[in-house]
Design a protein around this ligand. Structure first.
Ligand SMILES: NC(=O)c1ccc[n+]([C@@H]2O[C@H](COP(=O)([O-])OP(=O)(O)OC[C@H]3O[C@@H](n4cnc5c(N)ncnc54)[C@H](O)[C@@H]3O)[C@@H](O)[C@H]2O)c1
Length: 388
């Protein structure tokens, strides 16, 4: 009798233990984290993956062996067809390159980050390890015209991504922030520890709020967060509202360039290929930290890191670079500085070098050579037709 009861008790205990283990296994399955064995094959969700920076990031991550899932709503901030072409180009490239299952590594969804059900559907199909959150309304000047749209997409959208990550058990998030959070600084170069309390455009505010939200979620839920402050990114697939695109187009078409102020503003132009490498390095950083550091596994990581070139160039010199690459003289029209534009961006990239091993390689002359060549092929006459 006693023995029977003993066996029954043992059985009960075993059942309980089994249940516990099953529950743990289930939790681990639904809480994908980054570990050494996952490193080469982890699946990364890129929001805004069809955009300028997003499409380069998708390409880089695929090149490094990751599975990449893109979500983008192909909005009409600029021609959505160009965003679809970015995706098609990636798909063509992977199919050409490997011929065996490459297409099984890249998935592009049309969807809105503001709709959690769409994000959840993706998480049901793919076991996401890392989110690279780049979807946003970009552009300082438009944010002054339409601040509500910017706060909705950039702030509510970020909360949506953070909530989704928490609920889906995705612990690793890299967020695209911006040099604009520095506002007007007197001390240069801009360091991550500088006080950043005064932004001068709604766009910049949304980016700073994104960082603060990331920090809060890290503290509350121990998520691993890296906020990357990008500095004036340029290169192939560049946005048509940005200076490299506008200047190249104007010089080629022999139209006037509007030069704000006396041309003394300076920008830390950073080539998009270097930025994509920086984002990949941030993914690697999360992987290694997760692997070697128990405290990180318990408490999570939070870092803000500048990704820039570290060598600002004056507006006049930049226009000269465009002239050289296009092979034509620019026609300049001086107009007053625009509100929201900062006089200078200048990244201190020592933290990125130290923590990520980031090293920008492309000088502005070389980068603009690639940009102008791309523009002439992809936008030139065809781009003009599509814009009209
Ligand atoms: N380009 C730069 O110089 C620069 C500098 C600093 C920071 N950033 C940041 O980098 C990120 C990418 O910028 P970009 O220059 O590639 O701009 P982009 O406009 O080319 O890319 C953003 C992408 O996000 C998508 N998107 C916007 N709202 C969405 C939504 N609600 N749901 C799903 N997708 C949505 C857009 O369709 C677009 O494809 C942004 O977060 C931007 O703030 C860019």
């Amino acid at each position: 009798m006693i023995r029977k009861e003993g066996i029954k008790g043992k059985e009960k205990m075993l059942k309980k233990q089994n249940k516990k283990e099953q529950k743990k296994e289930k939790e681990q399955k639904s809480s994908p984290n980054l570990h050494a064995e996952d490193a080469a094959t982890s699946t990364i969700l890129v929001t805004g993956g069809a955009g300028f920076i997003g499409s380069h990031v998708c390409e880089k991550l695929l090149e490094e062996g990751h599975t990449v899932v893109s979500i983008d709503n192909y909005n009409d901030y600029y021609n959505p067809e160009w965003k679809r072409e970015n995706i098609a180009e990636i798909q063509n490239r992977i199919e050409k390159n490997d011929g065996k299952g490459g297409s099984k590594k890249f998935f592009a969804y049309e969807g809105d980050i503001l709709h959690e059900d769409q994000l959840r559907k993706i998480a049901k199909t793919h076991r996401i390890h890392v989110i690279v959150h780049l979807a946003a309304r970009a552009g300082v000047r438009q944010s002054i015209e339409n601040p509500l749209l910017y706060t909705k997409v950039n702030i509510n959208g970020t909360v949506q991504i953070l909530n989704f990550a928490r609920r889906a058990g995705i612990k690793n998030i890299i967020m695209g922030s911006s040099s604009s959070v520095y506002g007007v600084q007197t001390k240069t170069p801009y360091k991550e520890t500088d006080v950043v309390e005064e932004q001068i455009s709604p766009y910049a505010v949304t980016k700073r709020v994104g960082e603060l939200l990331a920090s809060t979620y890290h503290q509350l839920h121990h998520l691993n967060m890296v906020c990357l402050r990008f500095f004036t990114v340029y290169g192939p697939r560049g946005r048509p509202d940005m200076a490299p695109y506008k200047f190249t187009k104007a010089v080629l078409e022999e139209k006037e360039i509007e030069m704000y102020g006396g041309g003394e503003t300076k920008r830390d132009y950073t080539y998009v290929g270097d930025i994509a490498k920086g984002v990949f390095k941030a993914v690697q950083f999360l992987e290694t930290q997760n692997r070697k550091n128990q405290e990180v596994q318990n408490q999570g990581i939070f870092e803000i890191i500048n990704l820039g070139q570290g060598r600002p160039i004056g507006l006049k010199s930049f226009i000269q670079v465009v002239e050289t690459e296009v092979g034509k003289k620019a026609r300049l029209k001086q107009v007053p500085p625009k509100p929201g534009d900062v006089p200078l961006t200048f990244a201190d990239i020592r933290k990125a070098k130290k923590l990520l091993g980031y090293e920008p390689h492309v000088e502005v002359q070389e980068g603009m050579k690639s940009f102008v060549a791309w523009y002439q092929n992809e936008r030139g006459e065809r781009g003009k037709e599509q814009e009209e």
